[in-house]
Design a binder for this molecule. Structure first.
Ligand code: 5AD
Ligand code: SF4
Length: 469
């Protein structure tokens, strides 16, 4: 699972059920890290108000879906889930014994889909949902839920704010290894394919002091790594502070070992930021640099505001400063009007840069975007499939080559969990460059640092053994 793939995650919480009056919530998260982070905010907000979280959907009085709208399959999944949740509460269907209960349930739709599909969610009578809240309305959730329960009417708040950063809320984090922390929200870039500026509103940054305070509290809670999140982190700005200053200040927090961030925009990448990433020992040596397309005309109609040459120059500059910087990217194939020859430019850039990994997506028209209005879909599905399959093959070979090049090296690895790939006797962690490493479990535990000697590699993971801790 890559970081941008639409994922579904049930999010149980540490808050215990305190009394029988507490309403039990089952919360499911779709989409990106910002949504995972928002789920932690939502849990913190609701736990203060006599709500508790359960792991079993059928035990819940309320099911909340924190949704994503970035690509089509995300919202299809959610519509399917709404139907299933209702279905599982009705008697008389032939589901496996015990997997259906005759107990009422309220359903809430949160996140990007809530703002993106607001008309359908509000007006479609076949969609049995009870409350709807957009990404800036989570503080109103307790009231929205209570009001919907009292009146039986759908309640909603989809206002987007120029100010909301949730800086006064300490999220209910459970992971214990990496802490997400949103440093800015929203986006002003309006890439023509992207729904985010409409679903999450305008860019706004949290204050540097407030972020540093939260990181101090996090290290007090045992976290060694933070990931600074924003739709466009290199435009972080608060008073005099820019993103480079933010990394410098966060890095001064005692106990913090690693700072990750995602995602920067390749346009106007501040040179000082590059230097800070390259030189600050706590800044991880991985930059996710979304290319989207390698062709100048396509980049222009996507409104990416850089050219192939500018992108390649930036990569050269990064590698001059730090030759082994891990670079990953996002690509969209089949943007409307993209010709075969133009697509070949994307292949050319992929071969030239040799990203460590790439998340490659078929273009999917999103409601309300500039592309939806200006560029009707004209690349046939079969061509999109051909392009994505071809590009994935090319990337797989590059990823394998890059990963195999690390065989024989020793990397500091922060242990995240028991490996999901092999047996329970393996651990899994990440290198500074964000590569997943699997190694036999020893006398270590989650959140420990170990030095792992790399002995093998596949397209997706490195394998090795611990040489010291
Ligand atoms: N269609 C396909 N991919 C998209 N992305 C964003 N919007 C779309 C869309 N409409 C991809 C971009 C972005 C990543 C988060 O998702 O590559 O960088
Ligand atoms: Fe979307 Fe572009 Fe903003 Fe990223 S930078 S969130 S792709 S509009």
């Amino acid at each position: 699972m890559n970081e941008y793939e639409v994922m579904v995650k049930n999010t149980p919480c540490n808050f215990m059920i305190k009394n029988s009056l507490q309403k039990k919530i089952f919360l499911e998260t779709y989409g990106c890290q910002m949504n995972e982070y928002d789920t932690e905010l939502i849990q913190a907000i609701l736990a203060k108000e006599n709500f508790a979280f359960v792991k079993d959907e059928l035990e819940a009085d309320i099911v909340i879906l924190n949704t994503c709208a970035i690509r089509e399959n995300a919202h299809r999944k959610v519509y399917g889930r709404i139907h299933d949740i209702r279905h599982n509460r009705r008697n008389g269907h032939s589901l496996p014994a015990g997997r259906q209960v005759d107990k009422p349930v309220m359903i809430g739709i949160l996140g990007c889909m809530a703002t993106n599909l607001r008309t359908d969610l509000l007006e479609n009578r076949n969609l049995k949902i009870d409350f709807i809240a957009g990404p800036d309305s989570y503080k109103k959730l307790p009231d929205l839920i209570r009001e919907a329960a009292k009146t039986g009417e759908k309640t909603f708040d989809l206002t987007l704010s120029e100010f909301e950063t949730y800086s006064d809320i300490y999220p209910a984090r459970k992971d214990g290894v990496n802490a997400w922390i949103a440093v800015m929200r929203g986006c002003n870039n309006f890439c023509t394919f992207c729904v985010v500026p409409y679903t999450r509103g305008r860019e706004r940054s949290r204050s540097l002091d407030n972020i540093v305070e939260e990181v101090k509290r996090l290290t007090g809670d045992g976290f060694k790594q933070v990931t600074l999140l924003g739709q466009n982190v290199n435009s972080y700005r608060h008073d005099e502070a820019d993103f480079a200053t933010l990394i410098e200040e966060v890095s001064k927090v005692n106990g913090l070992k690693r700072i990750r961030f995602t995602s920067p925009h390749p346009k106007d990448f501040p040179r000082r930021l590059l230097k800070v990433i390259a030189e600050n020992p706590k800044a991880c040596k991985h930059i996710h640099l979304p290319l989207q397309s390698g062709n100048d005309r396509v980049l222009d109609v996507m409104n990416r505001t850089y050219t192939q040459k500018e992108f390649l120059d930036l990569v050269t500059e990064i590698r001059t400063l730090y030759p082994t910087m891990v670079l990953t990217t996002d690509i969209i194939v089949g943007f409307p009007t993209e010709t075969d020859a133009e697509f070949k430019d994307t292949i050319k850039v992929m071969r030239e840069v040799e990203f460590d990994s790439a998340f490659i997506f078929k273009y999917s028209e999103r409601k309300g975007t500039i592309a939806e209005k200006k560029f009707p879909e004209d690349v046939p599905e079969a061509i999109k499939t051909e392009r994505i399959v071809g590009l994935n093959e090319i990337q797989k070979a590059i990823s394998l080559k890059k990963n195999r090049a690390q065989i024989g090296e020793t990397h500091a690895v922060l242990i995240e969990e028991e490996s999901t790939e092999r047996s329970k006797t393996d651990f899994q962690g990440r290198t500074d460059g964000n590569k997943v490493v699997i190694f036999p479990a020893g006398n270590f535990k989650k959140n420990d640092f170990v030095n792992v000697h790399i002995t093998d590699a596949t397209v997706n993971v490195l394998k090795g053994r611990v040489v010291s801790s």
